[in-house]
Design a protein around this ligand. Structure first.
Ligand SMILES: [Zn+2]
Length: 421
């Protein structure tokens, strides 16, 4: 029995050096899409060594197709497991069961020459630790692990089951989290410590990805007047997507995002075309991300985007015949909302207040997280996690003081939610 918070604070202080070292180690794995095997193996053994009942589970896209949140992958799931460590209560049940989930995939670090330090060799400067994925979200995972470790080291016995879940593909499909819940690893509430600057997510946008392939008619530049430059044709369609962005932002806003000047982003993320400076390119392909409000079906948005691009193509003499090829892949992610009166929202808020003396803010998030997967399984869930900067950019860092605070908040939240036996 933790009789007072002093014991917990003392234990977390004792573990602090080890906690930072754990984060540094996690950050040394370049766990980009397709390269999560080693970090997941490390996590598996770590959770097992903590005495948790640990499983490594396969992600089988065939089993996930039936869900709204399924994202169409273009890659294999061989040796890319999701990992769960369970802390089972020996009963009788007192509190509520809980999932603490984090994603282990990170986005590419490139261009690496824009980093001041090696992205996969974390470095501490002052209160910050720098490295790819430390903020998004290996820091959050570290907070979960050390919150649980501190409680276990204190001899706490919980009144309900707790799970630590380490998933993949939060950054592209959400299929990792989906596979975990699909295989029965559910609970009565969930917390994902994404880097929210200690705010609670109560609403998030939907996101979809698309790829547009444009054909031209190539030639040597001296005959360029007869050729159709695929890059320039693609540019027309990219511009039309920028008009689409203004169009969707000029519509009436979802109430959760009414305060935001420009909530729906459309991003052109990649472009590829041409192979020689003196040849007219015959093909150009670009990929884009489109945001939309919660409550809208991703299929409806796909249709709208497709129609918008076809309309733009029809205004061009060449493109109206050489119709662009539009495909959707990766994210097909609906939005997510949770009532601020839900238990998980109120309990994280009150724990944050008890630890920091400050009122935690709520956040309507203009991107997506795996929360929406919990939405599909009717499991109340929110994100609440540490602070830092340069997410998805060079010199990503986490503020260590916030990691320490969040670790303590999560530990105390576990005691409130699962209760002690
Ligand atoms: Zn994240």
């Amino acid at each position: 029995m933790v009789r007072n918070n002093e014991q917990l604070v003392k234990k977390l202080d004792e573990l602090w050096e080890e906690e930072k070292l754990f984060l540094k180690t996690l950050g040394s794995f370049p766990s980009t899409l397709g390269n999560e095997t080693e970090v997941q193996e490390f996590v598996y053994h770590y959770l097992q060594d903590m005495g948790l009942q640990t499983e490594s589970l396969k992600v089988d896209p065939e089993l996930l197709k039936k869900y709204d949140n399924f994202g169409k992958p273009e890659w294999s799931y061989e040796d890319r497991p999701v990992v769960v460590g369970q802390w089972k209560s020996s009963g009788p049940k007192k509190g509520k069961s809980l999932i603490l989930q984090s994603h282990m995939d990170v986005v590419n670090a490139g261009p690496e020459e824009q980093w001041d330090t090696n992205p996969y060799s974390p470095v501490i400067k002052g209160d910050n630790m720098y490295g790819r994925g430390l903020l998004d979200m290996k820091g959050g995972f570290t907070a979960i692990v050390f919150a649980v470790k501190a409680l276990r080291n204190l001899g706490v016995e919980l009144g309900a089951d707790l799970q630590i879940q380490s998933v993949i593909e939060e950054e592209c499909t959400g299929n990792g989290a989906l596979a975990m819940l699909d295989q029965g690893y559910t609970a009565e509430g969930a917390l994902i410590p994404e880097p929210t600057h200690m705010r609670l997510v109560h609403s998030q946008l939907g996101v979809l990805w698309l790829r547009v392939k444009v054909k031209g008619a190539g030639a040597h530049v001296e005959r360029a007047e007869n050729a159709q430059n695929a890059i320039l044709k693609a540019q027309k369609l990219m511009e039309s997507l920028m008009h689409y962005r203004e169009h969707i932002n000029s519509r009436e806003k979802h109430p959760d995002f009414a305060h935001h000047p420009h909530p729906l982003n459309v991003n052109i993320g990649t472009i590829e075309g041409g192979n020689w400076a003196s040849s007219v390119p015959t093909e150009c392909t670009f990929e884009a991300r489109v945001g939309f409000y919660p409550g809208t079906d991703p299929d409806t948005v796909q249709e709208e985007v497709k129609q918008w691009l076809w309309d733009a193509a029809n205004e061009d003499e060449w493109l109206k015949d050489a119709q662009p090829d539009i495909t959707f892949f990766g994210f097909s992610a609906p939005g997510y909302t949770i009532s601020k009166q839900e238990d998980v929202m109120e309990q994280v808020t009150s724990t944050h207040y008890a630890v920091t003396g400050a009122q935690a803010e709520n956040l309507a998030f203009t991107a997506t997280t795996d929360l929406r997967v919990f939405g599909e399984f009717n499991i109340p869930a929110t994100c609440y996690g540490p602070s830092g900067g340069n997410m998805h950019a060079p010199n990503e860092y986490i503020e260590l003081s916030s990691l320490k605070t969040v670790t303590r908040v999560i530990a105390e939240f576990i005691l409130r939610w699962c209760e002690e036996k």
